[in-house]
Write a protein that binds this ligand. Structure first.
Ligand SMILES: [Fe+2]
Length: 323
């Protein structure tokens, strides 16, 4: 397994002032750590300075958590998580108590709280847009219509883990505070997650069959990140995190944010998955999305029609952007 000690790997002029602006009146763009190889079609390390933004400071995030609590967008680990456990989370602290009490103990070993859909807060919705605007040059020229931006913030204290899973969105994943270890796998590697399991997730939202085998574990790339580091990864990229214990025993409280977005291509690929699922059901071995442009061109409308028909006649409830 390749390990990348990424903290401070690329220097930036962090001259943003405490009010979240910049001494020069500009926002620093998100930059690829390796511009020569960066592609939206594959994961890769990035650099940013959004950890200095006032909305990313713990007191303000605590307020956000309190604001999100009534809409069940604060998520708590249903039981202690490991990298190979089921990704189960609930909307109330499993051990009881209020969100304030949980936040008061956020630096205690093993804490894990996630703030989902932070775009529902207008200030954070604006922040997510700001992040994506700053990454604009990485989105390519044309053909990359951004359809929806969502944000997920993770607070944890070592030792803590987020289990192995895939998401349907593309992700600018930014480390804000403390240290974290993010392990990422190629989303095209079928020895890590089988094509049928990816389809299960896209079509039905099920992570049931998405499990990390010992053999696949070695195929991951490990990013050891600190504030200012990040990783971009595209839709259906398998990943997992660890908030590691510091060697000197000092506490390590981590904050990270996933700035997630869909594009026209993400949606087209979801429609191809819908079509492929039917083709696989009749014994064929369909090419996956992104492999063949002309196949994708006819499969996408067919997949849309299949999903629309199932919605109408069989009560299919599609996950977001599943067709
Ligand atoms: Fe994720």
């Amino acid at each position: 397994m390749e390990r990348v000690h990424f903290v401070g790997a690329v220097g930036m002029d962090h001259s943003r002032s405490s009010d979240g602006g910049d001494r020069h009146g500009t926002i620093h763009p998100i930059l690829p750590a390796d511009p020569a190889t960066f592609s939206l079609g594959a994961f890769g390390p990035i650099r940013h300075d959004f950890h200095d933004h006032p909305l990313m400071q713990l007191p303000r995030l605590s307020q956000l958590a309190r604001d999100l609590m009534p809409s069940s967008q604060c998520r708590f680990a249903a039981r202690p998580l490991t990298q190979t456990s089921e990704f189960l989370h609930v909307s109330r602290p499993p051990e009881g108590g209020t969100i304030d009490e949980v936040l008061d103990r956020i630096a205690e070993p093993g804490s894990w709280v996630a703030l989902y859909n932070v775009q529902t807060d207008p200030a954070y919705g604006g922040f997510l847009q700001q992040v994506l605007d700053s990454a604009g040059s990485l989105l390519g020229d044309g053909g990359r219509e951004v359809l929806q931006i969502t944000g997920f913030i993770f607070l944890s204290a070592a030792p803590a883990f987020t289990p192995f899973h895939i998401d349907r969105e593309n992700n600018f994943w930014l480390q804000i505070h403390g240290r974290k270890i993010l392990t990422v796998f190629d989303h095209r590697d079928r020895d890590v997650v089988a094509a049928e399991r990816v389809e299960d997730f896209i079509v039905h939202g099920s992570l049931e069959g998405v499990r990390l085998s010992d053999a696949a574990r070695e195929r991951g790339r490990v990013f050891e990140v600190g504030p200012g580091d990040g990783v971009y990864f595209p839709s259906t990229t398998p990943h997992m995190t660890e908030t590691p214990v510091n060697a000197d025993g000092a506490s390590n409280m981590s904050i990270s944010i996933g700035v997630n977005f869909y594009t026209d291509q993400t949606r087209r690929h979801a429609r191809v998955h819908q079509c492929n699922r039917v083709l696989r059901g009749v014994g064929l071995q369909p090419r996956e999305p992104g492999v063949s442009a002309w196949r994708d061109a006819w499969k996408a409308p067919v997949g849309w029609s299949i999903a629309a028909a199932r919605t109408r006649w069989r009560g299919y409830v599609a996950p977001p952007f599943a067709y």
